[in-house]
Design a protein around this ligand. Structure first.
Ligand SMILES: Nc1nc2c(c(=O)[nH]1)N[C@H]1C(S)=C(S)[C@@H](COP(=O)(O)OP(=O)(O)OC[C@H]3O[C@@H](n4cnc5c(=O)[nH]c(N)nc54)[C@H](O)[C@@H]3O)O[C@H]1N2
Ligand SMILES: Nc1nc2c(c(=O)[nH]1)N[C@H]1C(S)=C(S)[C@@H](COP(=O)(O)OP(=O)(O)OC[C@H]3O[C@@H](n4cnc5c(=O)[nH]c(N)nc54)[C@H](O)[C@@H]3O)O[C@H]1N2
Ligand code: SF4
Ligand SMILES: [Mo]
Length: 697
């Protein structure tokens, strides 16, 4: 037999992961993708893909890919559908949306619901946004993941805390703070590991001994949602022991005396009571953190991530932690400082893509965390009569699931879902539209973990009748009679538009160059130190703002402070009497939120829904290893298998998500007990801020 010649196509991993890997797809003469690997030449991907995407062809060619448009037959939520044509599907949707827009409720009764199922500039947020702006639909505040930290860090730094991740080799004291880096950011972990070989110490602050904590030199278990108090305790010790960089503070920071005063209020003994961390550990952490440059010959770096944000005080916690590298002066050194997200470094011309000015003034905005409230008519403005879901699986990922599902079952709600697979959300659709996967469409990517722009070129033709989101919104716009000049724009033109606007970071980065090379580093200095000389602070004062006039004006404490979780046993003893355990529910490592749950090899890897519980908490409840248990509170209940061990603090349980309900024992996942309460700043989700009780089934 003759061996077929393979063509290599440059692609980018589309998933909501900071690593945005560069991929090489091999395609045979029949137009079939036969191999997929990490690009060895990308300095960050370095030739490896994570467990989830290494077998991506299993997902792409999955037998459950949605092949053609569907219309519901039978009751809502049962998932019974019949095949219809694209023409009919588009016509039905256009007619229904037009009727709602022209009804007394008006277009704001239509709600788009999307997140980052793909992070490509085209398929995530291009013509879809333009379509809904033109329609006058309600706007969606996309708060489910990152807004608490975005607003928190913006207040302190006027920017996101960011370094060039490739500089991490220079770090000598690395703190994973609410960050399961080895799982959620595996390419950064590989670089941390290199730094360790060069002498760095790796510390992880987490209520759970995550895979990252297990591989770290020191795991510091903390009571959930108390990170701001720990940061204030560290400051207390840095100031007390004269470990601060006085020059950096004088030259580049605002509110130094006030912060010193505030830190005085957080002596280690008080911080120990709040956080559950022994005084001597707080002392040691602060000392090692504050002396890294002097004692280890390299700066300290805090990788702060999302885990610590998903609590009532998550925004303030990030704001507070962001003060630390200014106190130590670590921002001066390559590899020093703090790292949350590089996303803001990419000056994509979002306005040109999305055309926000098309949205009528005064259009309401709905916080996506409050989908349950939106679907039950509990928010100001007209009721939600139509929901258009894409790049998102709210039936599984949104909080207060029982109420979300009850809302999705409403007979007077018209639900359209653009999807690749029959997810939990698809089960509730009136019309389902099959979407292409990354191998089948063009897209342009930034990253929230590194400094490279990537082009994803289609490797294969769309499977069956699947279409890219861009094309679906183009067709809908046409059927609705919207201006052709707004929507007759090709995907290539959208790439060019996204790169347009003359931002210096994009100078020389063109569609043509990306076609050739696949990727390009942002035009930033080789040694990128945004805050080294105090220049990068985008706050009103241009300084690192310990004192924030912006916060004061909004009626908040202008200084860093500790805000307890909504459901904290220390501040809510009456609730804790009924529901004494604090539940954290991050995704299982083999899944990406709810993506990949239907991929057999990865679901096997995840096993089944588990909940980890401390031996003493288990014993008090008659729970034994491997027993099925019920986890519940006033919002709902779900089942999982108990794993007993001291990898969790006493009083904390960890339930792994985000299972599709149809793969669970009782048709419900961990989001049945999570709440729609939002964070102090940024309106973010509080997925890890729950009090629950557990009992054997
Ligand atoms: N309990 C709990 N809940 C959580 C979290 C948690 O840690 N615990 N994490 C939260 C976080 S951080 C996030 S970011 C959210 C994420 O929640 P979602 O945004 O819902 O993310 P996924 O679960 O990955 O689902 C994305 C969906 O988009 C689809 N998709 C991918 N590409 C395309 C495309 O090109 N077109 C179309 N039409 N569809 C596409 C995928 O098939 C997938 O079903 O979940 C949140 N929910
Ligand atoms: N494999 C895999 N990778 C992913 C994802 C995935 O689902 N799977 N999701 C992607 C997405 S959308 C996101 S947003 C990121 C999330 O990236 P991370 O923030 O790293 O992930 P999480 O697992 O949400 O939370 C990290 C850790 O925070 C801990 N934690 C919870 N509460 C607290 C607290 O109060 N304080 C402290 N200090 N720690 C706390 C949790 O126990 C957890 O181990 O990962 C991305 N990468
Ligand atoms: S999910 Fe993250 S680590 Fe895995 S291939 Fe995609 S970008 Fe890379
Ligand atoms: Mo996220």
């Amino acid at each position: 037999m003759q061996r077929q010649a393979l063509t290599t196509v440059r692609a980018a991993c589309p998933h909501d992961c900071p690593d945005t890997c560069a991929m090489l797809v091999s395609v045979n003469d029949d137009g079939q993708a036969v191999q997929l690997r990490g690009d060895p030449e990308h300095p960050y991907t370095r030739g490896f893909l994570c467990l989830k995407v290494a077998n991506y062809l299993e997902r792409t060619y999955h037998p459950e890919r949605l092949p053609f448009p569907l219309r519901r037959v039978g009751p809502k939520g049962r998932g019974n559908f019949e095949r219809i044509s694209w023409e009919d599907a588009i016509a039905i949707i256009a007619e229904k949306l037009t009727a709602i827009a022209q009804s007394p409720d008006g277009p704001q009764a239509i709600l788009p619901y999307s997140y980052a199922g793909t992070m490509g500039k085209l398929q995530e947020c291009g013509l879809d946004r333009r379509f809904f702006h033109r329609l006058g639909a309600s706007k969606l505040d996309r708060t489910i993941c990152a807004t608490a930290g975005a607003v928190g860090s913006q207040l302190t730094l006027g920017a996101r805390p960011v370094i060039d991740p490739l500089q991490i080799r220079n770090s000598r004291y690395i703190i994973n703070w609410g960050s399961n880096t080895s799982v959620t950011n595996s390419h950064l972990w590989a670089l941390m590991h290199q730094a360790r070989k060069a002498g760095a110490v790796i510390v992880t602050i987490d209520p759970y001994c995550s895979p990252t904590a297990q591989k770290s030199d020191w795991w510091i278990p903390i009571r959930p949602g108390t990170d701001a108090a720990l940061a204030l305790g560290i400051m207390h010790i840095l100031f007390r022991d004269s470990l601060e960089d006085c020059e950096y503070l004088n030259d580049y920071c605002l509110g130094v005396p006030e912060l010193r005063q505030r830190a005085m209020e957080y002596p280690p003994s008080r911080v120990s009571e709040i956080t559950g961390i022994p005084v001597e550990d707080i002392e040691r952490l602060a000392n090692e953190y504050g002396t890294s440059q002097r004692e280890r010959g390299g700066p300290a770096l805090i990788r702060l991530n999302y885990g610590l944000q998903r609590h009532g005080g998550g925004g303030m916690a990030v704001r507070t932690i962001c003060c630390l590298p200014a106190i130590t002066g670590d921002w001066r050194h390559p590899g020093g400082g703090a790292m949350l997200s590089t996303s803001r470094l990419f000056p994509f011309n979002q306005a040109a893509l999305e055309r926000p000015e098309l949205s009528p003034p005064g259009t309401r905005t709905i916080n996506m965390v409050q989908l349950a409230e939106a679907l039950h008519g509990e928010l100001p403005g007209p009721p939600v009569k139509a929901l258009v879901v894409y790049n998102c699986n709210p039936a599984a990922v949104a909080p207060d699931q029982s109420r979300v599902l009850a809302g999705l079952r409403r007979d007077d709600l018209f639900t359209v879902v653009l999807e690749q697979f029959p997810t939990d959300t698809v089960q509730y659709a009136d019309i389902v539209l099959p979407a292409t996967t990354q191998l089948e469409h063009l897209d342009l990517h930034g990253s929230y973990g590194h400094l490279y722009v990537l082009l994803n070129q289609p490797a294969i033709a769309p499977l069956a009748e699947a279409k890219p989101n861009t094309e679906i919104f183009r067709r809908l716009a046409k059927a609705m009679g919207f201006e052709p000049e707004l929507f007759d724009v090709s995907d290539e033109q959208l790439v060019e538009l996204a790169l347009s606007g003359g931002a210096p970071e994009f100078a020389g980065i063109t569609l043509e160059r990306l076609r050739r090379d696949g990727l390009a580093r942002l035009n930033l200095p080789e040694t990128f130190l945004p805050f080294a000389e105090g220049k990068g602070f985008g706050t009103p004062s241009g300084k690192c703002e310990f004192f924030s006039e912006t916060l004061a004006k909004q009626g908040f404490d202008p200084l860093p402070t500790y805000i307890p979780p909504h459901e904290d046993p220390q501040t809510r003893p009456e609730l804790a009497a009924r529901y004494p355990l604090q539940m954290i529910c991050p995704p299982a490592p083999a899944f990406l939120n709810s993506t990949f749950v239907n991929v057999d090899s990865l679901r096997r890897h995840a096993g089944e829904p588990f909940v980890e519980i401390h031996p003493e908490d288990a014993e008090a409840r008659g729970i034994q290893e491997g027993m099925m248990v019920r986890i519940f509170n006033d919002r709902g209940r779900f089942q999982a298998k108990a794993q007993i061990g001291d990898r969790v603090k006493r009083g904390v349980v960890v339930a792994f998500g985000i299972w599709w309900n149809r793969f669970t024992a009782d048709g419900a996942n961990c989001n049945t007990v999570t709440s729609t309460a939002i964070t102090d700043l940024g309106g973010g989700a509080t997925f890890f801020d729950n009090l629950v009780e557990i009992a054997p089934v």
